[in-house]
Design a protein around this ligand. Structure first.
Ligand code: NA7
Length: 531
C-alpha cells in the first residue's frame, strides 16, 4: 500500500497550494482529485457567464512573487476560463501534477487508532496510508439538484451549473428552462437569453444583485497593482473580507441625510462589486438600516425592468440585503426586457412535475429542449461529509456533526486526530476572498506539521472543550448579524433536513488570522499533542 506523510483531498486552489508547500518542506504528499485535472470549483463550474466576484488582482496566489508578477489578468473580474488557465499555469510552473492522482474519488477516510494514521480508500485505485489527512475539498463542490417528481423522465439534456459539461452545449434557438436565481443563475441567465429561442426562468426567491461593473484591466492598472503587490496582499490579509473593497462610510444609515445617503449608495452602485452592503456601518446589524440599502436596490430594479409586474416579481422582500450572498450581475435585470425571456414565480405557481418534454407548474405546462439547474450546493459541510470520514472509535463525521458542523477554528475536529480542514466550517471561508483564506489556512497547517516534526511529535487533535468554546464564539458573533435571519446556504437552509447552523465565521479574516497566530505562538493551545 502506498504510504505518505500527507494525503490531501482536492486539487483546487487549496489542494494545489497545500501540495506545493508541503513538498517544499520535505513532506511526502499525494493529492487525490475526483476531476480529470486541476481547478476545483473552476474545473466544474464552466457554465456560460461563470465569473469570480472578487477582483482578479486579489483572487490569486500571493505565495510566489514571480508568479504574481508574470501572470496577466485581462479583466477586473476574471471569467472561469481565465481562472482555470491560471491554475493550469500554476500546476505546470510548480510541476504539481506528478503528485496528484486524478479521476480518483474518495470512498472513505478512516483514522486507525492502532497505527495512528489515516487510511484513504478510493474508487478504482489502491488505498493510501498517511499520517495526516488534509481536506481541500472547497465549500461549494457538492451540487444540489432538487428532488422534483419526474426529473428522470425528461428526454432532453439536463445540466447543473456546478457540473457543467466540458463540451459546449448547443442552446441556439432552443427552448430552455433555468431553475434557480442565486449567483450562478444570475450569471447564467443573461448568457442563455442571448442565444436561446425562448428562456423561462423559474424563480423561488428573488436575490439582490448589483452590477459587477466588470471591465478590461487596463495595462496601467495592472502594472500599478503589480508594482505594490506585497502591500496590497498585506492589506488583504488584514481586511475583514480578505480583499480590498470600496470603504464603508463608517456611518449609520440614519445618521446621514437623504442626499448624502443617495450619493454614498450611487457611488458604490457605479463602482460595482458587493461593497454596497457595507455602505453604512449598521446595514447587517439593524433591520431599519438594512431597509435603506435594500430599498435603494429595489428602486434600481424598478428603473431597469420595464414591465412593472416582472419588476415586482424580481424584487427581493423576504431577506435582508447581504443576508444571502450578494450577487454580482452583468445585465441580469435588463435581460427580463427581452421578448424571449419569461419569469415564473414558483412560490405562486409551484413546479408540480417535470415531464418527458418540459415542466408542469400547478397552472401550466411548458415544453423545453434543455433544463438547466442553478440550484446551488450542499455547502461547506456537504463536501466533507461525502468523504465518509471516520475518526477515533470509528465515529463517523456525519454522526459527530448530526446537529451541524462543530470544529476548532474551522481547521480541526475533536475526535478526528491529524485531520485538517482547509477553509472548513467555523472559519471565515466563504465570507472572504477564498484565496486569501486558503493561503492562511495552508500556511498555518504546514507550519504546525513542521512544528510537530521538530518536536518529535506525531499527533495533533483538537481538544473537545476548546472546540466547544470556539463553536460558542462563532455562534455568538453570528447572532449579532442579520445574516442569521436569511434562509441562506450559509445556514444550510437550502438543503431539506440540514441542521440550521451558521457555518462560516463572521469575525473577519484579519482578526481570525491573529487568533490563529496567537494559538500557534502559545504552543497550539486547544490542541492535544502527542508523540
Ligand atoms: P444558491 O445561491 O444556493 O442559489 C440557488 C438557487 O436555486 C436559489 O435561487 C434557490 O432558491 C434556487 N432553488 C433551489 N432549490 C430550488 C427548487 N427546488 N425550486 C426552485 N428554485 C430552487 O447557489 P448558486 O450556485 O447560485 O451560488 C452559490 C455560491 O457560488 C454563491 O453564493 C457564490 O459564492 C458562488 P431559494 O433562494 O433557495 O429560494
Amino acid at each position: 500500500m502506498a504510504r505518505f506523510d500527507v494525503v490531501v483531498v482536492g486539487a483546487g486552489f487549496a489542494g494545489m497550494y497545500a501540495l506545493h508547500s508541503l513538498r517544499e518542506r520535505g513532506f511526502s504528499v499525494r493529492v487525490v482529485e475526483r476531476a480529470a485535472d486541476v481547478g476545483g470549483t473552476w474545473y466544474w463550474n464552466r457554465y456560460p457567464g461563470a465569473r469570480c466576484d472578487v477582483p482578479s488582482i486579489y483572487y490569486s496566489y500571493s505565495f510566489s512573487e514571480e508568479l504574481q508578477q508574470e501572470w496577466v489578468w485581462s479583466e477586473r473580474f476574471a471569467a472561469q476560463p481565465e481562472i482555470l488557465a491560471y491554475l493550469n499555469h500554476v500546476a505546470d510552473r510548480f510541476d504539481l501534477r506528478r503528485d496528484i492522482a486524478f479521476n480518483t474519488d474518495v470512498l472513505a477516510a478512516t483514522y486507525r487508532e492502532v497505527t495512528r494514521d489515516w487510511l484513504v480508500e478510493v474508487e478504482d485505485g489502491e488505498p493510501l496510508e498517511a499520517t495526516y489527512l488534509i481536506t481541500a475539498v472547497g465549500c461549494l463542490s457538492t451540487s444540489s439538484v432538487p428532488a422534483i417528481p419526474g426529473l428522470e423522465t425528461f428526454e432532453g439534456p439536463v445540466h447543473h451549473t456546478g457540473q457543467w459539461p466540458h463540451d459546449p452545449i448547443d442552446l441556439a434557438g432552443k427552448r430552455v428552462a433555468v431553475i434557480g436565481t442565486g449567483s450562478s443563475g444570475i450569471q447564467l441567465i443573461p448568457e442563455v437569453a442571448k442565444v436561446a429561442g425562448h428562456l423561462t426562468v423559474f424563480q423561488r426567491t428573488p436575490h439582490f444583485a448589483v452590477p459587477a461593473q466588470n471591465r478590461p484591466l487596463g495595462g496601467d492598472e495592472l502594472v500599478e497593482a503589480k508594482s505594490r503587490y506585497s502591500e496590497l496582499r498585506e492589506s488583504c490579509r488584514k481586511a475583514s473580507t480578505g480583499t480590498i473593497v470600496f470603504p464603508s462610510t463608517g456611518k449609520k444609515a440614519r445618521e446621514v441625510d437623504e442626499p448624502e445617503r443617495r450619493q454614498a449608495l450611487d457611488a458604490r452602485w457605479t463602482y460595482g462589486a458587493g461593497s454596497i452592503v457595507s455602505t453604512f456601518a449598521d446595514t447587517l446589524l439593524d433591520a431599519d438600516a438594512n431597509e435603506v440599502t435594500a430599498e435603494y436596490v429595489r428602486e434600481r430594479i424598478r428603473s431597469i425592468v420595464r414591465d412593472p409586474d416582472v419588476a415586482e416579481r424580481l424584487t427581493p422582500r423576504d431577506n435582508p440585503i447581504g443576508g444571502k450572498r450578494i450577487c454580482l450581475d452583468t445585465n441580469y435585470y435588463d435581460t427580463y426586457n427581452r421578448s424571449n425571456v419569461e419569469l415564473v414565480d414558483v412560490r405562486k405557481d409551484p413546479i408540480a412535475e417535470i415531464t418527458i418534454n418540459g415542466v408542469r407548474t400547478q397552472s401550466e405546462s411548458r415544453a423545453y429542449d434543455v433544463l438547466l439547474f442553478a440550484t446551488g450546493f450542499d455547502a461547506m459541510s456537504g463536501p466533507l461529509l461525502r468523504l465518509n470520514i471516520k475518526g477515533r472509535g470509528g465515529q463517523a463525521l456525519a454522526d459527530a456533526w448530526e446537529a451541524g458542523p462543530r470544529t476548532y477554528l474551522g481547521v480541526a475536529v475533536a475526535g478526528f486526530p491529524n485531520m485538517f480542514t482547509v477553509t472548513g466550517p467555523g472559519s471565515p471561508s466563504v465570507l472572504s476572498n477564498m484565496v486569501t483564506s486558503i493561503e492562511q489556512h495552508v500556511e498555518w497547517i504546514v507550519e504546525m506539521l513542521e512544528n510537530l516534526r521538530a518536536q518529535g511529535k506525531r499527533i495533533a487533535e483538537a481538544d473537545a472543550a476548546a472546540q466547544d468554546e470556539w463553536v460558542e464564539h462563532v455562534n455568538q458573533v453570528a447572532s449579532r448579524s442579520l445574516m442569521m435571519t436569511a434562509n441562506s446556504w450559509y445556514l444550510g437552509a437550502n438543503i431539506p433536513g440540514k441542521p440550521r447552523v451558521f457555518m462560516p465565521y463572521l469575525g473577519g479574516v484579519g482578526a481570525y488570522r491573529e487568533t490563529c497566530e496567537r494559538i500557534a505562538a502559545a504552543g497550539y493551545e486547544g490542541f492535544n499533542l502527542d508523540d
